[in-house]
Design a protein around this ligand. Structure first.
Ligand code: F0G
Length: 405
């Protein structure tokens, strides 16, 4: 474990109590400050001796691998997606496919770190609010760790695959009358009263594991840093985690350039994008978020201010895409590259297409779109947007007639 401390991102105060999730002095957001002095003596190649995955980057992580709760997360493919790139007018396009993590989303990267830290602290009950993926992931890691788990879900708005996973792994699945923001408020109350250890991304250990996606991308590109990285933004922690990882690689001298971090929100759920358009450092919550991309249907993103900082300070960008643009990008990725992502994940590809069309991004940029979750998480949306199976008679002639159409 690398030496570290938890500090307030707003006022800088050190925070010793591992069970609080906001600054006891000013109420600000917490973050982990890593001591990277030892890493400065290492080279990137030194890490390659460890197996691929989140824990390869243990020298950048605040949890002792001795307490590791792992299902072999990370180590996902980085596809060079030329056909997709040609279709959207940006030929140097890559897709980092996070849907191939153990529970099918990037959340596993943060959850291996968060649950390992919970084990380190001796926690026995863990919980989170979720639009689906966080709950699926926490349920799996809690099962692996032998911990009791409660997940707080907005009723009726969680994709089928995600709900099935949380039930399957044996979590107490609580259907909350309200949206994600309401569910999170209740989960936080439970944590404040110390009834559970909270593993939403407001817990600063979660983004620490999520940093690994950036370490991997840079490693997979042999330290040839891309010009831009595009991510969907919901509760806004992942883009912050990627930013933090960039800053740490720069601090240890392994990179000297930082990609333009670009966040994409769904048009009906876009408090961060609106703030960015107004050049604000803070955002106004959206009271009634709505989008087909239920994973990012969030009106009051906990890490929204951190996300804005990440985008402003890397020369990045933030914009919105409509549900139609999301579905169209999801299908394009499937039909051009054979990659099936969920709607929220397709927002990054839809976003790149929009950036090229509007001239914000240059067609010669090297761009990585992070596709955060597997398409099988949300089969209903796929079935609703694809032509139905074709009724076919039982003869070769019947099949031939259909194939010739
Ligand atoms: N993509 C997917 C597939 C997600 O599940 C989420 C967030 C995001 C993108 C956005 O990431 O919140 O760090 O900006 N899902 C959370 C959940 C909220 O509960 O599963 P973010």
């Amino acid at each position: 474990m690398a030496a570290h401390k938890v500090v307030c991102w707003d006022c800088g105060a050190e925070v010793d109590d591992p069970f609080v999730n906001t600054c006891p002095k000013c109420g600000g957001l917490l973050t982990v400050k890593m001591d990277l002095e030892k890493v400065k003596e290492m080279k990137p190649e030194d890490l390659r001796k460890a197996p691929i995955g989140v824990w390869r980057y243990a020298p950048f992580m605040p949890v002792d691998p001795a307490h590791k709760v792992s299902i072999q997360e990370g180590g996902t493919p980085l596809y060079s997606t030329q056909a997709l790139g040609e279709a959207i007018g940006c030929k140097n396009t890559f897709v980092k496919f996070e849907g191939l993590n153990p529970t099918g989303s990037f959340k596993d990267r943060g959850m291996t770190m968060g649950v390992s830290h919970a084990k380190e602290l001796g926690a026995t009950v863990v919980g989170c609010a979720s639009t689906g993926n966080t709950s699926a992931s926490l349920a799996a890691y809690a099962a692996k760790a032998g911990m009791k788990c409660a997940v707080f879900l907005p009723s009726g708005k969680v994709a089928m695959g995600k709900l099935a996973q949380a039930l399957f792994f044996g979590a107490k699945v609580l259907s909350i009358d309200g949206n994600f923001d309401d569910a999170l408020a209740l989960a936080r109350k439970m944590a404040d009263e110390r009834k559970l250890y909270l593993l939403n991304s407001i817990n600063p250990y979660r983004p620490e594991g999520q940093k690994s996606v950036l370490f991997e991308i840079i490693d997979q590109l042999c330290y040839d840093v891309p010009d831009r990285i595009i991510l969907p933004v919901g509760n806004a922690a992942n883009i912050w985690a990627v930013y933090k990882a960039c800053m740490e690689l720069k601090e240890v001298g392994w990179i000297d350039k930082v990609p333009m971090l670009t966040g994409i929100q769904a048009a009906g759920s876009a408090p961060v994008a609106r703030a960015f358009a107004a050049k604000n450092k803070t955002f106004e919550p959206e009271p009634n978020p709505e989008t087909v991309a239920t994973a990012i249907r969030i009106g009051n993103p906990v890490s929204g201010r951190k996300a804005l900082h990440a985008m402003y300070s890397t020369g990045g960008y933030c914009t919105t895409v409509t549900d139609e643009e999301i579905i169209s990008a999801q299908l394009l990725l499937g039909r051009k590259e054979g990659v099936c992502v969920e709607p929220a994940s397709a927002a990054s590809v839809a976003g790149l297409r929009k950036l090229i069309e509007t001239g914000v991004a240059d067609k010669d940029e090297r761009v990585v779109c992070i596709c955060t979750g597997n398409g099988l998480k949300d089969p209903d949306t796929i079935i609703n947007n694809c032509a139905p199976p074709i009724k076919c008679g039982n003869s070769v002639a019947d099949v031939e007639r259909i194939l010739s159409q």
